[in-house]
Design a protein around this ligand. Structure first.
Ligand code: SAM
Length: 227
């Protein structure tokens, strides 16, 4: 499997377009912030066949010092998760594969957890939901996410309202590299919610719709350092 090949599992109305190392700057930022946590726990919603989750495991193994990480991944479509268990990549070692656990299929709106995750990733998923459900999903994610949330491809107003309500703020360090990291979504005609204008400031609520990484707002806390 080459890194630049898009994987496109399809089942009924679910399309799981994804790719290994889809957004390298975001991956780098995640590894950087998680590295400060002794034994991080990460959850991926709408993970499709798991390429994103495996990419984090690969990057963690290749750059880290052997510290453990627990990566959970789920999607609404069961067959995508079945594909994920069999997915291969030349850099996906047995150790990296063991770091990823596929949870039972579930919608991001319905998922509940008693365990906390240091970071929850929900990229290119909320665009399949109505804005009201997008707000609900972000509120639910905030219930079990300690520090970071990754959200992109959602209604800009819904994201701003829900993030503010949940007390999460946009991380603006490296946000532009992460923005342009969604290269296949860039467009001069950004009519669909998941399309991104080449000039991010054209987005309504660009601080919320232009960035992908959000951090729980703790009074007196510093912005995440540069990755
Ligand atoms: C475009 S793919 C994105 C895959 C991956 N997150 C990425 O960014 O590369 C969207 C995925 O979201 C899943 N999905 C759609 N609605 C969902 C929902 N309500 N809850 C969880 N996953 C959902 C689809 O099955 C599909 O796998």
């Amino acid at each position: 499997m080459r890194d630049n090949v898009f994987l496109r599992p399809v089942m009924g109305r679910c399309i799981g377009t994804t790719r290994f190392f889809r957004n390298e700057p975001l991956l780098k930022a995640l590894v950087h912030i998680l590295d400060k946590i002794p034994h991080p726990r990460v959850l991926f919603h709408g993970c499709s066949n798991g390429a994103e989750a495996y990419s984090l495991a690969i990057a963690w193994c290749e750059t880290g010092d052997g510290k453990p990480i627990d990566i959970h991944a789920t999607d609404i479509e069961p067959s995508f998760l079945d594909q994920g268990r069999l997915l291969t990549h030349e850099r996906l070692t047995a150790r990296a594969r063991e770091m990823v656990t596929f949870l039972p299929p579930v919608s991001v709106v319905d998922f509940r957890s008693r365990q906390f995750y240091d970071a929850t990733v929900c990229t290119n998923v909320l665009c399949y939901l109505e804005p009201r459900d997008q707000r609900e999903a972000i509120a639910r994610i905030a219930d079990y996410t300690t520090y970071y949330m990754c959200v992109t491809a959602a209604d800009p107003t819904a994201v701003r309202q829900a993030m503010r309500h949940a007390n999460f703020k946009p991380c603006l360090t490296n946000w532009l590299s992460i923005y342009y990291g969604w290269s296949e979504r860039l467009s001069w005609r950004h009519r669909k919610v998941w399309k991104l204008p080449y000039l991010p400031f054209l987005l309504p609520n660009w601080r919320y719709a232009g960035t992908t990484l959000f951090r729980r707002d703790v009074p007196g806390d510093l912005e995440v350092e540069s990755a």
